[in-house]
Design a protein around this ligand. Structure first.
Ligand code: ACO
Length: 429
């Protein structure tokens, strides 16, 4: 008898079942054979929020939350943040290997030459209200892209998928910048293909009357680092949405609009926006203890703290903190940094946070950097969505090509009424 099994005794019947264990996991479907009567449905697992359920096999991102490890395709995040660029990292995430010189040249050329958006998409963005949230504009506009590229429906054609990959990675940045310019009432700035991915994004955001926008190399590098850190994070809420929507075999633009919508929420990518609002509310270092007390009293959560997976530290937060100081060399120190540092200091020495393993996450410092770089708060989740596009499409493609996958369809435990007859209106009380 193999040792790689789990023996389960059903005390209702006294029967024993031997369930195979593979990769430290049992298949939920193997539990179905456990039943009292032959016509029973069989045992299911109940796991709201998927806290202990693997929904897929993946070769893209590895996280060890207890040890604070994050790797893309095996490469430690700190090495990529230090040595790579966003486009090279996106290539790695999507293709599984770092590119050769020629591959990177080809990849960069292809992404760069898809940065323009159809003029009608510009008009589509024009239709949004002047104070529309840029994340809402991004979600709506990415969804609208599916109507511009009907060829994207050909999802099992590798060549067609490749084209959508170039388009998506390139165009989300352009749409994001256009959403900002629309809100500000500023003319759109077309992509400058001579600049790097991050440099061009800064150009489309901030160019004014100068003939050629020259990004600050330090801010450009900082943005590259932030983009690398946000490029993928295995099966988080938005990636799960991407895979789940994509499992219906819809085109990637529609699926990605759904993933971006999942990212928008304050418990996910909206957290960096929430962090900044919180720091603005606290305002000064002397008010930090009072704020911490209210968090401990359960009035609200400390935004930018805690993570479902990281229970030691979030390695991205460590890198971001370092990046923050580099950015402040150029922009000057943000007054909210002191509030953030004090909040972190007190929280990390307080038993409430220590016992619950609550540490600063990626969003705790990213907002302060974005603010120092002049990005308005509403753009923060958008800045998250731009690089996460690489992860979303890589995970989508992996899901499509995985023979184990089918349309995502969880089960439920029905606790509602048993069958009953329709009551005519006159007889209802
Ligand atoms: N502030 C105060 N208390 C917290 C916080 C927080 N930020 N996060 C968790 N807790 C407490 C909970 O109240 C709970 O306490 P209890 O056991 O006394 O009831 C305990 O810690 C466990 O919390 P859960 O909600 O079970 O943890 P979960 O893993 O489900 O939540 C999450 C993770 C959503 C990130 C949570 O920590 C949170 O809301 N953080 C603030 C929002 C945030 O920063 N989100 C960004 C996450 S990173 C990202 O998505 C990119």
């Amino acid at each position: 008898m193999s040792n790689d099994t789990l023996t389960i005794t059903d005390n209702r019947t006294g029967k024993q079942y031997e369930i195979p264990i593979k990769d430290e996991t049992i298949k939920a479907i193997d539990l179905r054979q456990i039943r009292v009567k032959p016509d029973d449905f069989g045992i299911m697992t109940y796991d709201p929020a998927f806290t202990n359920t693997a929904s897929c096999k993946s070769r893209i991102t590895f996280i060890d939350g207890d040890k604070g490890i994050l790797r893309y395709r095996g490469y430690p995040i700190d090495q990529l943040a230090e040595k790579s660029t966003y486009l090279e990292t996106a290539y790695l995430i999507l293709h599984g290997e770092l590119p050769t010189t020629d591959q990177l040249k080809d990849w960069t050329w292809n992404v760069t030459h898809h940065t323009f958006i159809h003029e009608s998409i510009k008009k589509f963005i024009d239709g949004f209200h002047h104070d529309a949230h840029p994340m809402g504009m991004l979600i709506g506009t990415v969804g609208a892209l599916s109507t511009f590229y009907p060829d994207a429906k050909d999802i099992f054609n590798a060549e067609s998928r490749r084209k959508q990959v170039y388009r998506l990675i390139a165009k989300v940045a352009t749409i994001a910048a256009f959403a900002y310019r629309h809100r500000m009432g500023l003319p759109y700035v077309y992509p400058d293909n001579e600049l790097s991915f991050a440099g061009n994004f800064l150009n489309m955001m901030f160019k004014k009357t100068e003939l050629k926008y020259q990004p600050s190399p330090i801010l450009e590098k900082a943005l590259e680092v932030l983009f690398i850190l946000h490029a993928d994070h295995e099966q988080n809420c938005s990636t799960n949405a991407m895979r789940s929507i994509g499992s219906s075999q819809v085109d990637p633009y529609s699926a990605l609009a759904g993933a971006a919508a999942a990212l928008y929420g304050p418990l996910h990518g909206g957290a960096n926006e929430a962090v900044l609002k919180m720091l603005n509310q606290i305002k000064s270092v002397d008010r930090v203890p009072e704020y911490i007390k209210r968090v401990k009293d359960g009035d609200f959560r400390l935004m930018g703290f805690g993570h479902r997976v990281y229970k030691n530290y979030d390695p991205r937060a460590t890198i971001i903190k370092q990046t923050a100081y580099e950015v402040f060399e150029v922009t000057g120190k943000d007054e909210l940094l002191d509030v953030a540092l004090e909040l972190e200091r007190i929280a990390l020495s307080d038993d409430y946070f220590i016992s619950r393993k609550l540490y600063p996450n990626v969003d705790f410092y990213s907002g302060i950097i974005y603010k120092a770089m002049d990005f308005p708060v509403e753009m923060f989740p958008v800045l998250f969505a731009i690089p996460r596009t690489a992860g979303w499409i890589a995970q989508w493609e992996e899901m499509l090509l995985d023979e184990d996958q089918k349309i995502a369809r969880p089960r439920q435990i029905y606790l509602g009424s048993d069958v009953r007859d329709y009551v005519p209106m006159v007889k209802r009380t």
